[in-house]
Write a protein of this length. Structure first.
Length: 232
């Protein structure tokens, strides 16, 4: 989901989007720049991650029902951007803001630390998927609407803040596609909103299903039954 100028006006998780306008905790440009420039401390990030496990769980795999996205394996730049947007009031997410605000999570260094730790975690081997219908059409939709920015395998682009999509839960993907189409995700890229605005509901359903079935590289995926050894 491309970062654009419209996002400066108020982008998994990405967790819960409600009609709530957050008070800016810090200017986006300053905090985003500082967090991106910081040298992350993964051990410190492990401690900050304790704030995240209630919703995203100890493996950072989120919830199959889509209430919380998988964060494991996501580009750290993407998570930094999302936290910064929430703290700056550019993304509506009251439940996340409770945790992400500076007085709880810490400053730009803490953002860099926790996102670096999350990036070390392997992805779930069993993401939630849809009904598996019309996947041929869905593949064509993906390459027409999504692959230009998110890549042919859903790998995203960390330099341009485009998230990895492969291996994400179907229900979460579908909710985000709907919200972006309907203008409910205020920091979404305008071009993405324009492209999705032309799709019917059934197209969003099969598109989310197709994306959830794209396989991440095998080395990025945990074995079945894996548990995060840092949180026994």
């Amino acid at each position: 989901m491309k970062v654009g100028s419209r996002e400066r006006s108020v982008l998994f998780g990405g967790l819960l989007l409600l009609p709530f306008f957050a008070t800016a905790d810090a200017p986006l440009d300053d905090e985003l720049t500082a967090a991106m420039a910081a040298t992350p401390n993964i051990e410190a990030g492990k401690q900050v991650f304790k704030l995240c496990v209630v919703c995203h769980l100890t493996e950072s795999w989120g919830v199959i029902d889509g209430s919380y996205p998988q964060l494991a394996g996501q580009h750290s730049s993407v998570i930094i951007k999302q936290i910064s947007d929430i703290r700056a009031g550019n993304r509506d997410n009251p439940s996340m803001l409770v945790i992400a605000q500076e007085k709880v999570m810490g400053g730009a260094q803490a953002i860099a630390d926790v996102t670096a730790y999350i990036q070390t975690l392997p992805m779930t081997p069993t993401p939630g998927v849809g009904a598996g219908e019309r996947l041929g059409r869905a593949e064509k939709l993906y390459f027409r609407k999504c692959a230009e920015c998110h890549g042919s395998n859903g790998q995203g682009d960390k330099k341009r803040f485009f998230p990895r999509l492969h291996g994400q839960h179907y229900a979460y993907l579908l909710r985000q596609l709907r919200w972006i189409r309907d203008g409910k995700r205020r920091n979404a890229n305008p071009e993405m909103a324009r492209r999705l605005g032309k799709l019917k509901e059934n197209d969003l359903v099969i598109l989310a299903d197709y994306i959830s079935r794209i396989k991440p590289p095998a080395e990025d995926v945990a074995p079945v039954g894996w548990k995060n050894p840092d949180f026994k």
